[in-house]
Ligand binder design. Structure first.
Ligand SMILES: *[C@@H]1O[C@H](CO)[C@@H](O)[C@H](O)[C@H]1NC(C)=O
Ligand SMILES: *[C@@H]1O[C@H](CO)[C@@H](O)[C@H](O)[C@H]1NC(C)=O
Ligand SMILES: *[C@@H]1O[C@H](CO)[C@@H](O)[C@H](O)[C@H]1NC(C)=O
Ligand SMILES: *[C@@H]1O[C@H](CO)[C@@H](O)[C@H](O)[C@H]1NC(C)=O
Ligand SMILES: *[C@@H]1O[C@H](CO)[C@@H](O)[C@H](O)[C@H]1NC(C)=O
Ligand SMILES: *[C@@H]1O[C@H](CO)[C@@H](O)[C@H](O)[C@H]1NC(C)=O
Ligand SMILES: *[C@@H]1O[C@H](CO)[C@@H](O)[C@H](O)[C@H]1NC(C)=O
Ligand SMILES: *[C@@H]1O[C@H](CO)[C@@H](O)[C@H](O)[C@H]1NC(C)=O
Ligand SMILES: *[C@@H]1O[C@H](CO)[C@@H](O)[C@H](O)[C@H]1NC(C)=O
Length: 773
């Protein structure tokens, strides 16, 4: 992959998840928090409600010295409860009739606005007005809390909360229920699990309430449904109107992620499950979670998969971040097939500094996100050229203060070796340069926080223009203008290097991620009192921040889902996802294929799923691949899950595995290659969601080495909601032309499109073959 000079922080942040240690431990009794799954139908007659049953069970299991501690009762996301238990107490509970499973608490990590315009949404035409901007819908966000005073949560023009809404705003530290309004209609906080894990919130800067300390939750929730705010910017960059994707929708915040003293915020599974349980009960229409728990355990042990399953049954659309563990294959998080899994792409906005070369009337652009408006005009340019210092120029301790102080320093790259740009910049700062120009072709890997000092990353071709100016001028000078925002930058989108790639380890037979959405330098609300950008020994604060991560991508999709639901109230989560996937774009704004930022070459569906979301087309897909709980149960059976595992997920014993089948009615096709499995037959049912009848013709694009046969080739739909079935067989010649995901040779891909005859609808799905993990 392309080298980047600064470590990709998101990646590090994410990987540290599994190195997590208990904050404190009173190990004398080896007590831990467990999530206990119960079969409610086994409740003995004398009990009239399950909570009393669970609590009495807990009391019976205890001893007087260290009684079990009850944390939460769950009734919507799962059936059961969480509690702090000793090994002997756990043993006793396991013997209670109706006990299904008990798992120790797990811990998750965050997958740390022009975007609506980039996505093609317009005020006066198309989806926004058609969906009344998402009016009447409630989007639940499980995150780090919310900053209610942000203008993004202003409720001017919002209708009252929906009559069926059961949520509430909870008082707490620096948070008062009266801070909610018609935009922010719910705000709750779930911290019991983290507290039992040893977190003392009052010893951190975080708030024991729905108030956001970290900024992340304000960002994700305002991305999904924030009000339109004019004049938002980030230290002079990205000036414009910040708007959520569904600015007419209501927001409900469920805080379940808390700051730790020395590390990034953490979430306890018991808290996240409680948050999802409550969100389902409160009546959200859609939910977004931008965090991940260990991604190799079966779905019955993953709290997000569990909560999302229950939500799906209630018709609640759930989108989740795909993870920031890319760019290698098999790094997907949140890949359960009932979740919409979202990868991150770049947007068509870039940040620059403009360098005017003395009197030459020539101007050169370089990449910079230096947050201060620095005044640089007519300043001498000092070129640390070969010969004077080292061959590389600007090597540590190679420059002289008296030569460079107060000047703009030009540092070029050495041939061959990787230049250590960070140390060049440090050298420039050491000798008092006013600004440093460094040579770098792929500066798109640099993020805002990589610019604590005024430097400009300039590509080699432009460096050469500066060099020839220096050579032609006896006293070279420059003017530098920082805080330049470039709109319409091309090519965009590209797949962000950090975005987790498919396949998904837990169930590779379903292609993941599903779709790509903006996740690089997204502008949205932030906690204004939190130091964000390091500058010298200090930090700058901001009320709107440019942030990157698949965390930012998921709320875009939940916002789009809310807009679609506002137009099509009766669509299932699978239908909404199908509409988003089959209309997604696989080309960029320069007309080429969507590129993988890591390699600079064409990405594949293992990077971007079905493509990049296109909301205007998603609202009118023509046909959808629909499904519901029955298909997912068949799928779990097909994965050979035990009856107990399936019961843990579905919360009912009333199911049958007679039709076990890993081939879901999914809007994508995934063939996992084993040495002797190189072909597969898929069956699909399409539902016409357009008004009136329609005839569709199958168009296959397949690479050499992949044979695709579709039967029948023509599907006719009589009227709205009529169905059509087809069979698609894929045969792969394993010796041929495999695509790669980063350095991993992984398989190949093509597409099948159902193209409306004499109409405008095109229903496209990727067909992917990939080697088994
Ligand atoms: C919440 O705010 C209201 C109105 O500002 C005030 O009357 C009330 O005392 C506050 N409650 C708390 C717990 O601070
Ligand atoms: C939590 O931290 C606060 C502030 O540091 C301290 O006063 C308090 O005693 C701590 N509580 C516990 C239970 O450790
Ligand atoms: C730039 O132009 C000004 C006025 O035209 C002149 O005085 C100055 O010497 C020029 N500087 C350079 C570096 O050529
Ligand atoms: C290189 O060094 C010589 C003397 O050591 C000096 O005269 C000259 O200005 C230097 N060149 C640059 C570009 O700094
Ligand atoms: C820096 O430059 C000054 C003035 O030209 C000179 O006296 C001094 O020796 C130089 N220092 C180094 C470390 O080269
Ligand atoms: C940038 O790309 C150009 C052209 O591809 C190449 O000649 C140059 O060496 C590259 N620069 C760096 C610093 O890698
Ligand atoms: C489930 O078990 C059957 C029978 O042992 C086997 O053929 C099949 O491959 C298994 N399915 C998966 C997804 O592992
Ligand atoms: C069990 O499931 C079947 C099929 O979905 C349904 O017809 C039946 O009513 C269910 N029985 C109970 C007790 O829920
Ligand atoms: C797959 O191939 C291997 C040898 O290449 C063979 O031993 C094995 O039985 C085959 N498995 C199946 C399911 O055909």
């Amino acid at each position: 992959m392309a080298h980047h000079i600064f470590p990709p922080k998101l990646l590090l942040l994410f990987l540290s998840l599994f190195a997590m240690v208990a904050l404190s431990s009173t190990s004398y009794d080896h007590r831990r928090t467990y999530i206990i799954h119960m079969d409610k139908s086994a409740m003995p007659a004398p009990f009239t409600d399950h909570e009393t049953w669970y609590k009495s069970m807990l009391m019976d299991s205890g001893n007087s010295d260290h009684p079990p501690i009850h944390l939460y009762t769950y009734d919507h996301a799962i059936h059961g409860f969480s509690a702090v238990l000793s090994p002997s107490q756990l043993d006793r509970l396991r013997r209670v009739p109706g006990h299904l499973a008990a798992y120790p608490d797990t811990f998750g990590k965050l997958h740390t606005t022009r975007t609506p315009t980039f996505l093609g949404l317009r005020n006066h035409a198309g989806l926004w007005p058609a969906a009344r901007f998402g009016e009447g819908l409630v989007i639940g966000i499980i995150d780090t809390g919310v900053w209610p005073e942000s203008p993004s949560f202003d409720d001017r023009g919002m209708p009252p909360r929906p009559a069926a809404w059961r949520g509430a705003c909870e008082d707490g530290a620096e948070f008062n229920a009266s801070m909610c309004n018609r935009k922010l209609i719910g705000a709750r906080s779930f911290s019991e699990g983290m507290k039992r894990h040893g977190l003392n919130i009052s010893s951190t800067d975080d708030y024991d309430s729905p108030r956001d300390y970290y900024g992340h939750g304000s960002h994700t929730s305002s991305t999904a449904a924030g009000a339109r705010v004019r004049g938002a910017d980030y230290f002079g960059y990205a000036k414009g109107t910040a708007s959520g994707l569904a600015p007419g929708a209501h927001v409900a915040m469920y805080k379940a992620i808390f700051a730790n003293d020395d590390s990034d915020p953490d979430a306890a599974g018991s808290d996240v499950l409680a948050a999802m349980d409550r969100a389902i009960r409160d009546g959200v229409d859609a939910m977004s979670l931008s965090l991940g728990f260990p991604n190799t355990v079966p779905y019955d042990e993953n709290v997000m998969a569990l909560g999302a399953y229950a939500a799906m049954e209630k018709g609640i659309f759930v989108s989740c971040s795909a993870g920031n563990a890319g760019p290698h294959a098999y790094t997907i998080f949140n890949g359960a097939p009932w979740i919409t899994t979202v990868g991150a792409g770049t947007v068509d906005r870039d940040y620059a500094a403009s360098i005017a070369l003395g009197n030459s009337s020539k101007t050169v652009l370089g990449r910079s996100m230096y947050p201060l408006g620095l005044y640089v005009s007519g300043v001498p340019l000092y070129y640390a050229r070969d010969g004077n210092a080292t061959r590389e120029g600007c090597a540590p301790l190679s420059l002289n203060v008296s030569d460079v102080f107060g000047k703009v320093l030009l540092c070029t790259a050495s041939d061959g070796d990787e230049t250590d740009i960070e140390s060049q910049i440090d050298e420039g700062i050491r000798v008092g340069a006013k600004a440093v120009i460094v040579e770098m072709n792929d500066s798109s890997f640099l993020e805002f926080n990589d610019f604590p000092t005024p430097y400009i990353a300039v590509r080699t071709s432009n460096i050469n223009r500066i060099k020839s100016y220096v050579q032609s001028s006896s006293e070279p000078t420059v003017d530098v203008t920082f805080q330049v925002t470039i709109l319409g930058a091309k090519p965009a989108p590209r797949v962000a290097y950090f975005s987790s790639r498919g396949p998904n380890r837990v169930s590779p037979h379903v292609l993941k991620p599903d779709v790509l959405a903006p996740g690089v330098d997204v502008l949205a609300a932030w906690a204004p009192n939190r130091g964000l950008v390091p500058l010298g020994d200090d930090y700058l604060t901001t009320d709107y921040a440019l942030v990157s991560g698949t965390s930012m991508a998921s709320p875009h999709i939940v916002g789009v889902a809310a807009l679609i639901k506002a137009v099509h109230r009766d669509w299932s989560p699978a239908a909404v996802r199908s509409a988003i996937m089959t209309t997604a774009r696989v080309s960029d704004n320069a007309g080429g294929p969507i590129l993988d930022m890591t390699s600079g070459t064409a990405g594949t569906p293992l990077d971007y799923g079905a493509g990049h979301v296109d909301p205007e087309r998603a609202v009118d897909p023509g046909l959808v691949y629909d499904m519901g709980p029955k298909e997912y149960v068949d799928f779990l059976c097909g994965l050979n899950y035990t009856a107990r595992q399936i019961k843990t997920i579905t919360r009912t014993g009333n199911f049958s595995c007679a039709e076990a089948n890993i081939d879901l009615n999914y809007p994508s096709f995934m063939l996992i290659l084993y040495t002797n499995t190189t072909s597969q037959t898929f069956r699909r049912v399409l539902t016409n969601v357009a008004d009136g009848s329609g005839v569709y013709r199958a168009v296959v694009e397949a690479p050499r080495g992949m044979k695709v046969v579709v039967k029948p080739q023509i599907l006719s739909f009589e009227g709205k909601f009529s169905k059509g079935e087809f069979v698609l067989s894929v045969d792969v010649d394993m010796g041929r032309e495999n695509v790669r995901v980063d350095s991993d040779y992984i398989g190949n891909y093509g597409y099948i499109s159902w193209v409306e005859v004499g109409g405008k609808h095109v229903v496209r799905s990727p067909i992917v073959s990939a080697y088994a993990p």
